[in-house]
Design a protein around this ligand. Sequence first.
Ligand code: F6P
Length: 504
Amino acid sequence: MAQAGYRDALGAHARRLAQSSIEDLNRRQPGRAQQLALRIGPLYANFARQSYDQPALDALWAYGQSLELPQAFRRLFDGAPVNLTEARPALHTALRSDLGRGPVAAAARAQVLAAEQRLAAIVAELEASGITDIVSIGIGGSDLGPRLVCDALKPLQGARFAVHFVSNIDGMAIERVLAGLDPARTAGILISKSFTTQETLFNGAILQRWLGDAGRLYAVSADVQRPQQQFGIAAERVLPMWDWVGGRYSLWSAVGLPIALALGMDAWRQLHEGAALVDAHVLQAPLQQNLPFLHGLTEIWNRNACGHASHAVMCYDARLALLPAYLQQLVMESLGKQVGVDGRPVCGDTVPVWWGGAGTDVQHSFFQALHQGTQMICGEFIGCVRGDDPHPLSHQALLANLLAQTQSLANGQPSADLQRNYPGGRPTTTVLLDALTPYSLGALIAMYEHSVYVQSLAWGINAFDQFGVELGKQVASALLPAVRDRSVTVDDPVTAELLAQLHR
Ligand code: F6P
């Protein structure tokens, strides 16, 4: 059957199920709650509150089978040029596991291990230096991953270094960070795969001036010359990354230097081991027991069969508050495409809007729309079985809220008073970590990376390029002279009027 045929079959199932209730699916099929749950070590995910029944799921698996997912993952791990539009591999898996076969993966792995040794040496050097604060400058993939991991795993007490992140080009962002710091006890890291990113170069220059001549500046880049040329950073203070690592897949590389500094090399290794566990799983687990496969195909079900255009991630652990922002880049920069790898327009919709926040805060902001809005918003609820704070009653209440929300969103509660009617039928996936550790967080992030790849295969798009972000950057550079100098004119009439307002 052609791909369109599988999609049509899924659509027919979704129409058949349109009026059925998720609660009924679970009540009519004893054991469904267990059958639709998968575990990889500390990471558990339950899909029983999705709207598919067994025949729909069979059709979804048939579709998954047709995508030849195991072969596609093998190509990914082995370093085939899966980033087809840029003719290069996407070997982020080689940053944390040794599962690739063949010369390309082996060469990448050797580079990774050598860079890791240099990274560990820089961590040791800084530990011995009297430095207390690190300012990490980068944006997008050169910021969101390290920022998430450092924030999620920050110890309550006894932090090794205080790591501060600056990404935005808004000068107030860096001013706010530097205001509380002492240049004599602060080191800077400039992280940029390309080392051409405007935000990072601007902020890097500000930081360098603030640090002064004796300042300690390090860099991470795929272009190891530029940090030296543009900032005079000595080669031994520049860590490499490579064009075969996408920015949003790069936290496992030296881009994660802030992680190693903030949490130490042991935590760094455990993070990698957690990801490696999922790497092994995605390669080895049979189709229907493969968690990233089911996660990715469930996204396809919701987007293409059911037509849901919005996907909210709710983290019922305040330490994961930055996860939605991280996933926004991972998922939407990877999958926000309308042209397939064959150069033709894709058939049907691709990525929904990914967004979210931390429970329970979000219950008091946008949950009204989740429960009773006209738009169906799919949800992903993430919690930790074990809390690490000294307030077990609070943790129990947090988890009760997570359970309550997924149950209420799915099952609803009928009322003759329509203002008070809860329609239910809102699909959600519940993800539970045994506890929030470097290992479990590594596993969680890798699971999302692999789910994204599954979705890209279903949509026939390249998950590893991002041409869509380039136009805005080019236009911003072209407009900068007109913002700086009122005598510079521009062609677009609306931009011209807005510039006139800026120059009033
Ligand atoms: O603008 C998008 C982007 O290219 C991301 O893909 C990337 O993670 C980010 O900018 C930062 O890029 P760089 O690491 O080259 O500074």
